[in-house]
Write a protein that binds this ligand. Structure first.
Ligand SMILES: Cc1ncc(COP(=O)(O)O)c(C=O)c1O
Length: 446
């Protein structure tokens, strides 16, 4: 019966829209747990890709939806609904930036990134976009065009927007020997400035888009001076600075928005994922003059902002603020990092543990001497963890980073249980107890 579901999936659904890690058919989700169709329970270290910061299927979000279902599912934006206005007001209030703001909504992160970039192009009249190697911003036309994690030949075949320049993002773990992280950040900022000083470029950049902590690149936390320096460069050259908080937003890193760790104000902030607590909605919050510059209809979409998604977003945001989940992320993150660092001390293949709050990456290597990235070992670890009841995935520029992003509501005992499962999985892989055959069972991040 279960096999036929997998066969049916691959027969009917495009492989280009798929990444499948485990043959797990979800029946129910709650808190920090996933239950499969056989009744087996898993601890969720993934939160459906950092989507459920307020907990899987948060009760208050579900209740608020049930109350509204009978009134309206959605009605397109030719008429008004008060909820989207209220949500926009809340987003303007809670996001950094002391200037006058406007908000635009979409359904997915990528579509919101597209709006941020389109409005910057329109506003500035310039052509070039700056982004970073190994970044991920989505798969719509402009968002895939600025996503450095797609190989250049893929972007070329897709006829992606050609005027994109990819800068280096600081990977402080793999920085050149003998250079301190802050110094490394300065060197990379220097490279960006040199590119901008070339007239044709310096005058032509409409926007630079960045992740305040690079997520899919492998949880890379940049030195503070790097992000501060980006703001300075953008000011100097009149470039719109776009902060993609789709993965880092809503308390995950220990602050409501990750940019607060760096103390700068971006011109535009892009939100998605946990904004909707399980319902599809994304938002662009930015300087009024930039977001208002294109003609009416330039960002329009029939289903956006979806009425029920606005309801879910408001209930989720209220829950996060009321329960100070950003503080909880900081506290639980410190505890989890401590436990993971113990794993690192005890295991040759755990090369690095890094992150902020409950956005954590664990880099798997062949051994501590060579620090050679091992995506195979990382994939074997997540497979064995899955067998033993823990859901994690791999990502990173070498595909060797364990992605750890549990709901911010996770309990300490669940963390302890998960770390126990991770330790067993790492030991099994070190002892050669997980065979190569498991690799062909996953379609994993490469
Ligand atoms: C930083 C970042 N930006 C954009 C996106 C794209 O969001 P979506 O998948 O909702 O289009 C993602 C998704 O993983 C992301 O992590």
């Amino acid at each position: 019966m279960e096999n036929s579901i997998f066969d049916r999936y691959w027969k009917s659904i495009s492989r280009a829209s798929s990444y499948k890690y485990f043959p797990l058919i979800v029946k129910k989700i709650e808190g920090s747990r996933i239950v499969d169709v056989n009744g087996k329970e898993y601890i969720d270290f993934l939160s459906s890709a950092a989507l459920y910061n307020a907990g899987l299927n948060n009760d208050e979000v579900v209740t608020s939806l049930l109350e509204e279902l009978k009134n309206m599912l959605h009605y397109t934006q030719y008429l008004y609904h008060e909820k989207s206005i209220k949500l926009a007001e809340i987003l303007k209030e809670i996001t950094p930036g002391t200037f006058e703001k406007k908000v635009a909504f979409e359904l997915s992160g990528g579509a919101a990134v597209d709006i941020a970039l389109r409005s910057s192009l329109y506003f500035s009249g310039k052509k070039l976009l700056g982004s970073f190697e190994n970044s991920y911003h989505g798969t719509t036309y402009l968002s895939i065009s600025v996503s450095g994690s797609f190989r250049p030949e893929i972007r070329e075949k897709l006829n992606a927007y050609p005027y994109v320049y990819f800068f280096k993002y600081p990977d402080t773990f793999r920085r050149p020997r003998g250079i301190e992280p802050e110094e490394y950040g300065e060197i990379l900022l220097g490279e960006i400035e040199r590119t901008l000083q070339v007239d044709a470029y310096g005058k032509g950049f409409a926007a630079i888009i960045f992740e305040p902590i690079q997520g899919d690149g492998g949880v890379l936390v940049p030195p503070k001076s790097f992000i501060v320096g980006l703001r300075k460069i953008a000011d100097e050259y009149g470039i719109v600075l776009i902060d993609d908080e789709i993965q880092t937003g809503f308390g995950r890193t220990g602050k409501m928005f990750a940019i607060e760790h760096f103390g700068i104000e971006p011109d535009i902030i892009v939100l998605g994922k946990s904004l909707g607590s399980g319902m599809p909605i994304s938002a662009v919050i930015g300087r009024r003059e930039i977001l208002d510059s294109p003609e009416p209809m330039t960002y329009m979409s029939t289903y956006s902002p979806h009425y029920l998604s606005c309801i879910a977003a408001m209930a989720g945001i209220e829950y996060i603020i009321k329960n100070r989940l950003h503080d909880r992320a900081e506290l639980m993150g410190e505890y989890l990092m401590k436990r993971l660092n113990e794993l690192k001390d005890g295991h040759e293949i755990v090369g690095d543990v890094r992150g902020k709050g409950l956005m954590i990456g664990v880099e798997i290597v062949d051994d501590k001497d060579s620090l050679k990235p091992s995506s195979k070992k990382a994939q074997k670890i997540i497979w064995r963890a899955y067998e033993n009841g823990l859901i994690m995935m791999t990502f990173g520029k070498y595909g060797n980073v364990l992605r750890i992003a549990p709901p911010l509501t996770i309990e300490r005992e669940e963390i302890d249980k998960a770390v126990e499962i991770m330790e067993k999985a790492i030991s099994d892989v070190e002892k050669g107890k997980v065979g190569d055959e498991v690799l062909s069972k996953m379609v994993a991040w490469q």
